[in-house]
Design a protein around this ligand. Structure first.
Ligand code: CUA
Length: 341
């Protein structure tokens, strides 16, 4: 009796964890779903994953059935005699060596072919340098002369060819609906292509543990129709909007220049001489981005108030310090940030 109670107590967590695990597969709003490809690269990976998965399912079923058959057929019984021994049987040895070789070889051919295809960049691709920082992604468009952060804008239906590098530790750039993961390694350049079939928003996440706020190191990819993409490029090339004289935004600009922000942040046309290398996100067109703080926060007034009041409380380990801003200073800074379209 005592033993039954103890063992039922031991398996009780299973009654909670197994259904919970299965229910996670039912999530309807799953922007990081790698089984829902939205571009050619992700589709290639999905097309490789599915047959490999079903081959694995068949192997699992055959092996499990064999183990169960052996357990049942050769279990200990009063009248049991030793089964026929097969140790050293050459025919069997050959069969169970050759079958796995055939299976592995037939999986290796499409795998290697897919890996090769995924690395090729088309000649009309948009080129973007992705720089990993603790804990945000920076995006530099060398041909257009644009520097942005947190939101990667790409043309829909055309390849974006990314060159990845890290300024500090190893990160990993992962936008599951558009492609697989790729490491960002200090001192080494890696490449990844992204392409979205349709205009839209695609979520990403740093896929390598990189310190305290790794979980909050996210990415947002926005794919725009070609004409809107061209307009976005043109707008990002412009210097920052000037606040109207005597406005709240002008107070904010003065605070930006005098409250320590200029140590790390660039606002083109206002301040480009930052002391800290690598710098913090370029704020020239901050208001044009949907998210900030490592793409972990939606870009709205309430989140900006929380963030400016105490950044490390929102993003543990954040290199942006608590500047002990007053509510009035925060209000003015937000008024300025809001005009930086
Ligand atoms: Cu960067 Cu995890």
């Amino acid at each position: 009796m005592g033993r039954t109670t103890r063992s039922s107590r031991r398996i009780r967590p299973l009654w909670v964890s197994v259904p919970a695990l299965l229910l996670t597969a039912c999530a309807e709003n799953a922007p990081l779903d790698s089984l829902d490809p939205a571009g050619p690269a992700a589709r290639r990976i999905d097309g490789l994953f599915r047959p490999v998965f079903w081959v694995a399912v068949v192997i699992f079923a055959v092996v499990t059935a064999g183990i169960i058959a052996a357990i049942v057929l050769f279990r200990d019984r009063p009248d049991r005699t030793d089964p026929k021994q097969v140790h050293g049987n050459t025919a069997l040895e050959v069969v169970w060596t050759v079958i796995p070789v055939i299976i592995l070889a037939s999986l290796a051919v499409p795998t290697v072919r897919t890996v090769m295809d995924l690395t090729s960049c088309s000649s009309d691709a948009a080129r973007v340098e992705v720089i990993g920082h603790q804990w945000w992604f920076e995006y530099v468009y060398p041909e257009a002369g644009i520097t942005s952060a947190n939101v990667l804008v790409i043309p829909a239906g055309r390849q974006a060819c990314l060159e990845l590098i890290s300024e500090d530790v190893i990160h990993n750039f992962w936008v599951p609906r558009l492609n697989g993961k790729r490491y960002l390694i200090p001192g080494q350049r890696t490449e990844l292509t992204l392409e979205a079939d349709e205009p839209g928003e695609y979520w990403g996440q740093c896929g390598e543990f990189c310190g305290l706020s790794h979980a909050l190191m996210r990415a947002r990819v926005v794919a725009l129709p070609e004409d809107q993409y061209a307009a976005w490029v043109a707008s990002q090339q412009a210097d920052a909007v000037e606040p109207a004289a005597g406005s709240r935004a002008e107070d904010g600009k003065n605070l930006f220049l005098n409250r320590g922000c200029t140590q790390c942040h660039v606002i083109r046309g206002v301040w480009t001489d930052v002391a800290r290398r690598p710098p913090a996100p370029d704020l020239t067109h901050f208001a044009s981005r949907q998210v900030f703080a490592g793409a972990a926060l939606e870009n709205d007034r309430a989140n900006l108030q929380r963030w400016l009041a105490n950044p490390p409380a929102v993003k543990p380990g954040s290199f942006m310090p608590n500047l002990r801003l007053t509510a009035d200073e925060i209000d003015a800074l937000i008024a300025y940030l809001e005009i930086l379209e």
